[in-house]
Design a protein around this ligand. Structure first.
Ligand code: GLU
Length: 414
């Protein structure tokens, strides 16, 4: 049987939750589809003078609880099924955090590492012109995702403001602090996940403390900040990786030093004193806490039985497939699902948007205090819901999120 595509996996998770709560069939039908799919073809003048046309998407899944919200990824393998799945995940994530947004996601098929600074800027501005009229502070608000960063958000904000005729900082989040970004947004995904992890570690019967061995797959925004923060909390980071491969050192790694090495050489691979292995093998190494923070579809029906971690903090969206969930449950591995684990990013995006709309800015301490509150609340509600329905944390999170969106649809009428 061919592997299910990301959107089919997302639908399976939705269907499972719908069954548990006996969701009204009409509402389920609405939720199984996005409300809008935009495809754009973006001509970009390359540095060699030739024009190349790039293909981009923006999928808006549901807006019953507020304007749609979600990142934009630049990736050579970005495709519509993935963007549709990720847009749907954003709907659940925002509902679970109880922030007033629906879900959306964007993707451009491109390897940004192969573009110059200028080409990347022209591509980004072209993408924004393509989305003109469909994004806006009260409509749909993009943000960073895989291989996009604050500089790209700055160009989005600038191009959108030029099209509008005045400054519209609230049209995008994840901007640099100098132009309306929020303090703490850069490491918010990592920090939010760690707040949840701390709650889990405080639970009865869960053994995880600063002696726990941690393995992190991926060294982008989420992975690298998670590694650095956990290291500063004295957790033992024994494995790290990036797109080029993985490294291990059972004595423990200092992610700050690994980062300096990666900045110089282009990869974590080759870091002195470490053993090299593949990304797939890294996931199967013995550890207490495993953190997939790279791409989707990493823990599947194929390899789930070989996972030896006690807890998985799913920082990457869709890193674990539904088949894998079933197997991990049987092995008593505690999975903290993506829509909870990585929701710190969109939560601080929400704070950024609130600050933009009010033109009143908070300090970092305030941002982190609010983030901890939102993450802890969502974790507790998820845990209680899971207990009540006798399901795992993912289904607990889905039941909560889907019920909230369904309630909004019902109240508004359809
Ligand atoms: N791309 C991030 C996510 O998947 C952040 C989205 C946002 O801040 O809007 O949650």
């Amino acid at each position: 049987m061919p592997a299910a595509n990301p959107f089919q996996n997302a639908l399976r998770q939705l269907d499972r939750a719908a069954k548990k709560i006996n969701l009204n069939e009409d509402i389920l039908n609405i939720l199984r589809n996005p409300i809008r799919i935009l495809q754009v073809y973006i001509p970009v003048r390359m540095d060699d003078g030739k024009v190349k046309v790039f293909h981009g998407y923006r999928v808006q899944h549901n807006e019953s609880r507020g304007p749609t919200k979600g990142g934009v990824r630049y990736h050579p393998k970005a495709d519509l099924s993935e963007v549709k799945a990720l847009a749907m995940l954003m709907t659940w994530k925002c509902a679970l955090m109880d922030i007033p947004y629906g879900g959306a996601k964007g993707g451009v098929v491109v390897d940004p590492k192969k573009l110059s600074h200028g080409e990347l800027e022209r591509l980004t501005r072209g993408y924004v012109r393509g989305l003109n009229g469909f994004i806006g502070p009260n409509r749909d608000i993009p943000a960073p995702d895989v291989y996009t960063n604050p500089q790209i958000m700055a160009w989005i904000m600038d191009e959108a403001s030029r099209l509008t005729g005045y400054n519209v900082p609230g049209i995008v989040t994840g901007k640099p602090v100098e132009i309306g970004g929020s303090h703490g947004r850069q490491y918010a995904t990592a920090q939010g996940g760690i707040f949840v992890l701390q709650e889990v570690c405080g639970m009865k019967g869960v053994k995880c403390d600063r002696f726990s061995r941690v393995i992190i797959q991926g060294f982008g925004n989420a992975g690298s900040y998670t590694a650095k923060i956990l290291h500063s909390m004295k957790f033992k980071i024994i494995g790290l990786s990036d797109s080029k491969g993985a490294i291990m050192d059972l004595k423990g790694l200092d992610p700050n030093k690994v980062e300096t090495y990666k900045d110089k050489t282009g990869s974590v691979v080759g870091y002195p004193g470490t053993k090299k292995l593949t990304n797939a093998k890294l996931l199967e190494q013995p550890c207490e806490i495993l953190i997939p923070a790279a791409l989707d579809n990493q823990i599947t029906g194929q390899n789930a039985n070989r996972i030896k971690a006690k807890i998985i903090l799913e920082l990457a969206n869709g890193a674990i497939t539904p088949e894998a969930d079933d197997k991990l449950n049987k092995k008593n591995i505690l999975v903290i699902p993506d829509i909870l684990s990585n929701a710190g990013g969109v939560t601080v995006s929400y704070f950024e948007w609130v600050q933009n709309m009010q033109q009143y800015y908070w300090d970092e301490e305030e941002v982190m205090a609010q983030l901890r509150k939102v993450m802890t609340r969502a974790f507790k509600q998820t845990f209680e819901t899971a207990k009540l329905h006798q399901v795992d944390l993912r289904m607990g999170a889905y039941i909560l999120a889907v019920s909230r969106v369904a309630e909004a649809i019902k109240l508004r009428g359809y």
